[in-house]
Design a protein around this ligand. Structure first.
Ligand SMILES: [Zn+2]
Length: 234
């Protein structure tokens, strides 16, 4: 096989490697961003739980105050009952006391229920706080790892770009311009290996003339536009 084909093979290998390193470089910030979104979600959920807890506590306080007010009212009625001057007055006051006592018993049940809700929300809020701490830790850990890897990956990109530039020197004229457009659009896929007589980009057989051209070291572009090369020594 010709020097030209060996050069194209090398160029393809370098472009592939360059694409992989660039992908890895781009993946880092995306991973950090994804974890940042998880932190924001955890923070919103925690805020919702805190708000619900606040409401439940306020409701418990309100009901406790109502209970106290009613108890004072019952004590007041009790005093009036003791001072009742007629049976009729006695019965009316007694009726009021009974009604208020029933109301307070209902209120006491409600308070117990709200306090259970407060307990449950307190646990949920604690868990929410823990979740926020954990997601923040994961985000920071990832951000540190990405930052630590970044400069190494960037110098790999620079190194590979220089090697690609060197390898591209085998191309000139129209072929070089064609290649430039292709590589900007498709990266390493600007070049397509030929498997026997089949272009591995479009899976269509190349003509015998194209194959002869390839064997004699000519630059051959497939009908699908890709620059063809033979993948292994043959
Ligand atoms: Zn093709």
């Amino acid at each position: 096989m010709t020097d030209m084909n060996a050069g194209l093979r090398k160029l393809h290998a370098l472009l592939t490697q360059l694409g992989e390193v660039r992908d890895e470089l781009a993946r880092g910030p995306r991973q950090v961003k994804a974890r940042e979104a998880l932190v924001e979600k955890a923070e919103v959920e925690l805020e919702t739980k805190r708000e619900a807890l606040k409401q439940a506590k306020a409701s418990a306080d309100r009901k406790a105050l109502d209970l106290k007010t009613n108890e004072a009212k019952i004590a007041d009625l009790q005093a009036k009952l003791n001072a009742a001057s007629s049976n009729k007055e006695f019965d009316v006051i007694k009726g009021q006391i009974d009604a208020d006592t029933v109301a307070n018993s209902v209120l006491e049940d409600e308070i117990l229920e709200v306090l259970e809700t407060v307990d449950r929300l307190q646990i949920a809020t604690g868990e929410g706080e823990q979740h926020v701490v954990l997601t923040r830790e994961e985000r920071d850990k990832r951000a540190q790892a990405v930052a630590a890897a970044e400069s190494g990956l960037q110098s790999q990109v620079k190194e590979l770009e220089a090697q690609v530039k060197e390898a591209e020197k085998i191309l000139s004229g129209d072929a070089a311009a064609n290649y430039r457009r292709l590589v900007e659009a498709h990266g390493a896929d600007a070049l397509a290996a030929v498997d026997g007589t089949i272009c591995t980009n479009c899976y269509v057989a190349i003509t015998p003339q194209m194959r002869v051209g390839l064997n004699s070291g000519k630059l051959i572009f497939c009908n699908c536009s890709r620059l063809l090369f033979v993948p292994v020594e043959s």
